[in-house]
Design a protein around this ligand. Sequence first.
Ligand SMILES: Nc1nc2c(c(=O)[nH]1)N[C@H]1C(S)=C(S)[C@@H](COP(=O)(O)OP(=O)(O)OC[C@H]3O[C@@H](n4cnc5c(=O)[nH]c(N)nc54)[C@H](O)[C@@H]3O)O[C@H]1N2
Ligand SMILES: Nc1nc2c(c(=O)[nH]1)N[C@H]1C(S)=C(S)[C@@H](COP(=O)(O)OP(=O)(O)OC[C@H]3O[C@@H](n4cnc5c(=O)[nH]c(N)nc54)[C@H](O)[C@@H]3O)O[C@H]1N2
Ligand code: SF4
Ligand SMILES: [Mo]
Length: 694
Amino acid sequence: MSVYSICLMCTVRCPIKVEIENNDVRLIEGNPHAPGIEGSICPKGAAGVALLNDDQRLKKPLIRTGPRGSGQWREAEWDEALDYVAVSLKEVTEKYGNRAVAMTERANLNSHISKTFMKAIGSPNYFTHDSCCKGSLNTAFRSLTGYADGSVSVDIPKTKHIILYGRNYFESIELKAVKQLTGALDSGTRLTYIDPRITVTAAKSDDYLMIRPGTDLALNYALMHVIIKEGLYDAGYVDRWVVGFDELQKFVVPYTPEWAEQETGIPARQIISLARDAAAVKPAVIFHYGYRSSHYTNEVYFRRSMIILNALMGSIEAPGGIVFKKGAAEVGKKPLNKLTGQELPRVTEERCDGVGTPRFPTPDPAHGVVQLLPRVIMEQDPYPVKALLVWRHDPVLSIPDYQYNKRAFSELDFLVTIDINFSETAWLADVILPESIYLERGDSIQEINGLKPSLFIRNAAVTPRHDTKPGWEIMKGIADRMGVGDYFPYNSLEELWAYQLEGTGISLQDFEAKGFVTLAGEPIYWNRQNGIKFKTPSGKIEFVSSLLENNGIPSFPAYEPVRPPAEGSFRLMIGRNVAHTHVSTQNNPLLNELLSENALWINGAQAEKLGIKNGGLVEVESTRGKETLRALVTDLIHPEAVFMLHGFGRRVPALTRCYNKGGSDTALQENITDMVGGSPALQHVHVTVKPVVE
Ligand SMILES: Nc1nc2c(c(=O)[nH]1)N[C@H]1C(S)=C(S)[C@@H](COP(=O)(O)OP(=O)(O)OC[C@H]3O[C@@H](n4cnc5c(=O)[nH]c(N)nc54)[C@H](O)[C@@H]3O)O[C@H]1N2
Ligand SMILES: Nc1nc2c(c(=O)[nH]1)N[C@H]1C(S)=C(S)[C@@H](COP(=O)(O)OP(=O)(O)OC[C@H]3O[C@@H](n4cnc5c(=O)[nH]c(N)nc54)[C@H](O)[C@@H]3O)O[C@H]1N2
Ligand code: SF4
Ligand SMILES: [Mo]
């Protein structure tokens, strides 16, 4: 028998088909009917079976019995655990007010439930992981188009030239995009890849530029300089859809390719030819705005520069360019109902991170800036936050500066996590509520907006192996006990689905044949003459941005280099790899076998100077900590930087397969934020490296 569902080994959520026999999973493959997937699965997706059978995952509610982080727990029944959570949260609200309870989660299909919960209990402090992933990109898009980055996508199949700045598609994958890009490359699409490190994506590119780390903004200003000086832009489009072109034109005059060559290390002639090559195929060209966009303190301006380059090419809302995602309403259909659509209590208090207030006006209040939370907790500034509910997120490890985070979270009166594993955050918690894994549960129906909007459904493939529950049920259990259960009008998954589908004209049966429902037959592009619905005050792309300028923030501040590493130190770059998801999979039995520890990439000449041997142990030190891992000596990395994969060097002893394997980037990073965009500058930190005598 097979069940259509949605993968959750990472957050990309590919449609899958699960083969089951006697309530056991035989095989997980991509949903063969899903456009762009056609049966494919990535290594992590296939390793879902190993997660299901992992004996080190959470199996029953746990209540802490020893000091935080001691690993002393007792098992509890659900009723006791949920009662304890509700009573403890109420204690905090009674003592410190509703705003003293915060919640953070990895944005997911059930986020409408979490947001409703926070409104129902009257706290403004709902956070997602978003700022740590792509907060500055979100702000950049809103500043230019009025839309968050989640409302845009790239039209890879139709593009003629795609330029990637460290968007390492072939290792940090989204399955559908990887397949689309592979297909496009096979049919002649040009790929330019820019990264201080030669990645798998670099190896597949037509042109690779080894840029000096942190200088992409200089490159982009020079590209704009050439494009404007040589008249390579789409004048009709710019005239129709852009405000602030004259200001840009004046601004980029000093940023010549020769100037950028000094800054970036990329020869001026290559910069000029990139500008010309891209313009030659406009508007079917993509200057890809990136995915993880939390690198440096000027991140928002770098992300804006990429979007501006697309606007100059006329490629925003062009086939083969950047396109706006279309939803059910675009095709005259009713979108799914969300719990947040109800009449909910209005929360008027300011957020504890200051987002949405004059203190921090530009990041997206829908997500908050979660990396500010540890300091808020520690310093009780602007007010005490004393309880934290964490769902499907590991903030201790996903916010820079591990030691500080641990200390801050230990200050909380009450910490509860809903997870499937012992995360570093769970390890400090008062209560751990174990969620059934995605193969054991259904979730809220997924609305996928895009050129062809559609709905996908996660069905349970097997029954839960242990005493776990789906998160939507856990949240309702807490809400009921806090007296706000009426905002959650469901008692079962079927009732939740019925609530979502009511009035849409779509029924559960419609999902049966293929696991999804398509809402549009043909891709929807808006009319480029008069139909692009920019949501800025001017209705156009605002190079000079009202979001920024109205808050006293310049749209075009003079270029300032990011702080270069001092002699003898390196910039610490980070990234992902095809075998693992962030901090989730390092202990997965199969994936751990595939890659059990990370290594420190270091340039050959630098390694020689320091007496570092390939495969030898090295100590990496920053202002925040020291980590020991093996060196990978290679000329595939710029001499100014070293690189490590995120998510290793784990400290939870219960995860025996990944415990203490490799080094932790989080423990080395400084918690510094791009105060316009909202992302942490994860690569601001500099490190020294020395060999360890073995
Ligand atoms: N230092 C540092 N910080 C980073 C990054 C970095 O490279 N370095 N990368 C940033 C980026 S791009 C992102 S997107 C974020 C990601 O940050 P996180 O969202 O924290 O990371 P994940 O590994 O996706 O998942 C976090 C937790 O979700 C749990 N989980 C997985 N599946 C389920 C489930 O079905 N139910 C429940 N309840 N829990 C589940 C996992 O066990 C894990 O503990 O981190 C950001 N922060
Ligand atoms: N396998 C796998 N795939 C994933 C994920 C996962 O955890 N595992 N997570 C998903 C998520 S949430 C995200 S956010 C995306 C992230 O996808 P990407 O945005 O592609 O991010 P990273 O893996 O962080 O890769 C960052 C690359 O940027 C390069 N880089 C570092 N500094 C600079 C610089 O100054 N300039 C330039 N041009 N490049 C630089 C690094 O060398 C690295 O190769 O991946 C998604 N896909
Ligand atoms: S990219 Fe891989 S792990 Fe992520 S959802 Fe798709 S199949 Fe699952
Ligand atoms: Mo991310």
